[in-house]
Design a protein around this ligand. Structure first.
Ligand SMILES: [Fe+2]
Length: 272
């Protein structure tokens, strides 16, 4: 089984976003991460369009305190800084010189999220500009966006314009409903994702650290080598400051074959 998992998307900084309300919950979450076989966790707090310098300062002193508390309590987990940025058209210029805007503060990987229930239009330009500035965008939980659930072509546009995909463990386990689960498995079956992460907000069931549970769930569904990359190999490249290879986006969404169409109409006729 795969050991030493690396979890690139989580909310750990207390009293900062919709993650843990206090240090007690944060530390319980980290103990849980360790029990899931996770050795490295990125603390990717939410940030919106304007990244206020005061918020960055607050994040940084709380992050330093987090590292100190982990050492004091002897929890075998390393933490890395980061953020989950809400998409806006000028994201590339707004993150320049913001140390926590990239994962591990390395100036490379940018974790970004999009609106859950809106049409996703016009993001190609922003992704392209990020690539021009040498950033590598990571699209957080694309399987949860209704626009993707309804139309896989949106997903292919993310990929075509340089986005790497990060799937949530909870989506794979069905915590966000059948449609989201189906979409996440379809993405994995096509080998389009680079990462699976917990996106933990608490230690309570539903939004907690679940990476090992996901590994058990996926082990007989996708090739082991790919599974290893999703939860260890690719995240390790972020820590090492290496650039990951992109996947090729399919040219178009596979349409239903003629045979399937015929079978479907026979089923329909049978019901009549
Ligand atoms: Fe998140």
């Amino acid at each position: 089984m795969i050991e030493n998992l690396i979890d690139i998307h989580n909310h750990l900084i207390p009293d900062f976003d919709d993650g843990p309300p206090d240090w007690k919950v944060t530390m319980e979450m980290l103990r849980q991460a360790a029990s899931q076989g996770i050795t490295d966790v990125f603390a990717t707090s939410h940030f919106s369009e304007y990244i206020a310098p005061d918020l960055v300062k607050e994040y940084l002193w709380k992050f330093a305190e987090l590292q100190q508390k982990i050492e004091e309590e002897g929890i075998p987990v390393r933490v890395h800084s980061g953020s989950e940025l809400f998409y806006h058209p000028y994201i590339a210029s707004s993150i320049a010189d913001v140390p926590i805007a990239t994962l591990g503060g390395r100036g490379q990987y940018v974790l970004m999220e999009f609106p859950m229930f809106q049409a996703l239009e016009g993001f190609e330009d922003a992704l392209f500009r990020l690539s021009m500035e040498d950033y590598i965008p990571i699209i957080a939980h694309p399987e949860r966006y209704m626009a993707v659930v309804n139309d896989f072509e949106v997903l292919y546009r993310f990929i075509k314009f340089g986005g790497l995909l990060q799937i949530n463990g909870g989506s794979i386990l069905g915590h966000f409903g059948k449609d989201v689960q189906k979409t996440s498995l379809k993405i994995l079956e096509q080998g389009l994702a680079h990462f699976v992460a917990s996106d933990a907000h608490t230690y309570k069931k539903g939004r907690c650290f679940i990476l090992r549970d996901v590994v058990y769930f996926l082990v007989d569904k996708i090739p082991l080598e790919y599974l290893e990359k999703l939860v260890r190999g690719n995240p390790q490249a972020i820590i090492a400051g290496e650039r990951l290879e992109k996947v090729e986006a399919p040219l178009e969404v596979p349409r239903k074959g003629l045979l399937q169409k015929i079978k479907k109409s026979f089923r329909f006729l049978g019901k009549a």
